[in-house]
Design a binder for this molecule. Structure first.
Ligand SMILES: [Zn+2]
Length: 312
């Protein structure tokens, strides 16, 4: 640990939103034009405009009585601590390798996930994408999916680039193509210790549209296909369960349209997820008819689903 308490360095390593999230204080805050606002999470209360965070400047302010300042003042206030103690807490949040782990909290040990930030050269001309998923070459390039011929980890798979909720690239997952591989290991390969429950595929691309409502799907292909159809506010769970970091990101939206796969597992998950989300935000389940997955539909059909829900 660095004992000189380099606050400037700390502030370059972690932003105010991550600090609020790590202390689970952002659940009731709404985002608008690079500002978070809501009831003050420090003193409680219900005044919906008492607390305000300027994300660009990394500053917070409670207009009732908590005062305000930067992330150091925030941690001091949360912990009622001294500057050295606040610095130690921030060092813990930043982590031993100066890596910000999505979903890190001050109390849980750091997972040993190491982000892979290098950009791979991907071949977007893949019959699986164009024929089975109706994903055009342009769309594949835009979403950074394709065959990574030089990667051993992604051999015989279609690679999908992943980002954390803030849009930092963290590596690639792979969709296996050979039936015998799928039977043996499942469809998807994820990097070791990937904090899957802290991710939403496409979150950083969907975020600018989040205030208009979001569509929540199971797998990347569905999110990519909605985007190809011009519906850019779609994120994928990379599975069928919902974790706190994902909930926090999702409920910043005023409404959620849930479109999970049309199989027993998908429908069961949709009911559970809707139950969780509807405490916080307007949630609607759209049940697919006739097809198994959203990507089985045409771009026109996807658009008409989204347009049917007038809140989008
Ligand atoms: Zn306050």
């Amino acid at each position: 640990m660095n004992n000189t308490f380099d606050f400037k360095w700390l502030k370059s390593q972690i932003n105010i939103q991550q600090v609020l999230s790590a202390y689970q204080l952002d659940g009731r805050l709404k985002e608008k034009n690079d500002t978070l606002y809501g009831p003050c999470p420090l003193h409680g209360g219900n005044n919906p405009t008492a607390f305000r965070v300027e994300l660009n400047r990394g500053l917070w302010h409670c207009f009732t009585h908590c005062g305000g300042g930067d992330i150091v003042e925030l941690v001091r206030h949360i912990e009622n601590s001294s500057y050295p103690q606040a610095a130690r807490s921030l060092y813990r949040l930043v982590g031993p390798k100066n890596v910000i782990h999505p979903g890190a909290t001050c109390s849980s040990p750091q997972k040993s996930f190491v982000p892979f930030t290098h950009k791979l050269i991907l071949n977007p001309n893949v019959s699986f994408l164009q024929k089975e998923k109706n994903i055009s070459v342009d769309t594949a390039i835009h979403h950074q999916v394709g065959i990574a011929s030089h990667s051993r980890f992604l051999r015989d798979m279609v690679a999908v680039r992943l980002h954390d909720l803030l849009g930092n690239p963290i590596g690639y997952c792979g969709r296996r193509l050979h039936p015998e591989d799928i039977e043996k290991w499942g469809k998807w390969r994820f990097p070791q210790n990937l904090p899957k429950s802290s991710l939403l595929f496409n979150a950083h691309r969907a975020k600018p549209y989040r205030q208009n409502g979001i569509i929540l799907v199971e797998c990347p292909w569905a999110a990519i296909r909605f985007a190809q159809a011009g519906i850019k506010n779609t994120v994928a769970l990379l599975g069928t369960s919902l974790a706190p970091d994902q909930i926090q990101w999702i409920i910043a939206s005023p409404s959620v349209l849930l479109i999970l796969d049309n199989d027993p597992a998908g429908q069961k998950a949709a009911t559970q997820i809707a139950l969780t989300l509807k405490t916080y935000t307007k949630t609607i389940i759209h049940k697919l008819s006739d097809v198994l997955e959203p990507e089985d539909l045409s771009d026109d059909q996807l658009r008409s689903i989204a347009n049917n829900y007038s809140f989008f």
